[in-house]
Design a binder for this molecule. Sequence first.
Ligand code: ADP
Length: 401
Amino acid sequence: QPQNGQQTGSSSFKEKSPTKSVKEKRETTPVKTIIEKKEPVIATRNPMFPETTFHKYNVTQDYRISRNVLGVGINGKVVECEQRTSGAKYALKVLRDSVKARREVALHKMASNHPHIVRVLDVYENTYNEVACILVVMEQMKGGELFTRIQDRGQLAFTEREAAKIMYEICSAVNHLHSMNIAHRDIKPENLLYSEPGQSGVLKLTDFGFAKKTDDNETQGLNTACFTPYYCAPEILGTGSYDRSCDCWSIGVVMYILLCGYPPFFSEHGEAMSPGMKSRIKSGKYGFPSPEWDSVSQAAKDLIRKLLRTDPNERYTIKQVMDHKWITHYHEVPATPLATVGMLADQKQQWGEMQEEFDKTLTAMRMDNEQIEIKSLSESNNKLLAKRKQKAQQTMTRVEE
Ligand code: ADP
């Protein structure tokens, strides 16, 4: 009988209770030591995002910066910090100031008021050694990554009902983002973290490094005072829907791995993204092999098929996912034990490779979408320009008459 909902409570982030002297030492840790030394950059302010919410004074006025590194990302380090007033521990992400960093932080902050999105508390813009930085104080995720936690369960069965609950939580976060016209564009296992080890842990989505406001084109490109395309169909206005559909594809892959412990698409010859895999993704060639998938419900397979559709126009939107019975009735999904835990253990060696494949596919999708965007933007511009010219010509003819 599966013991649904129980956790073994392992964590990759160990709680530390520092002695006073360590605490004092921490207090003196200068922020500049956690910033990579590079040539200073002058940040171009992005008018899209008001800067009033970024504190200009030094972060150390509010928080003590610890030496405890919680993780290292491509864009910078994440260290522990402690709020001076409450003593509460948070995570501090330090980014070099840039338009990209500001976009990441602004979108994350904008979206963070949701139970399944990592909360942003404060943002600072400080300069250290002439390097302009953006510092983000977030809630600290102490429960580790989603799949590490499932893997650490050992003998405890992981059931389809638990998988459905997890998917409901992820989908509700994505639904929140998409309803705000934000595409995350980097939904993958490493960005799904638990707040705490054990039962009280809540799964949350993080890392807005590739997030994008999907109505950017409307506000930045065409929607100028003298050139308002109010008669323009939404699909002409850009690739918002493509960027959002990329999130739904990711959800499908995460759901597939949750239900069996391995990804739907494999590369061959140990390459991270072999031509074979590329074509399998493009043609949607994947299966539900026996015996792992034999006892998985038809409803689950049906939802995966709808999420992994190759044509983004046909792929389920997050709204449709939220209305699918496997999600709406997640608490009634059969509590059938899955092969996931055992398979994750068997595949442990390949996990790094799988993450790389996920990354490469997401990068390729983002690049494809950018190409579509450039194309659709120039086409819609041309259409609008043609229409204006035509109108102008008609007016001229009338004047001449
Ligand atoms: P990047 O966007 O530069 O890749 P991430 O946001 O993914 O950076 O963070 C890098 C690492 O820091 C993560 O893999 C994770 O281990 C750790 N980390 C990030 N955010 C938190 C957090 N809120 N709490 C605890 N650890 C975190």
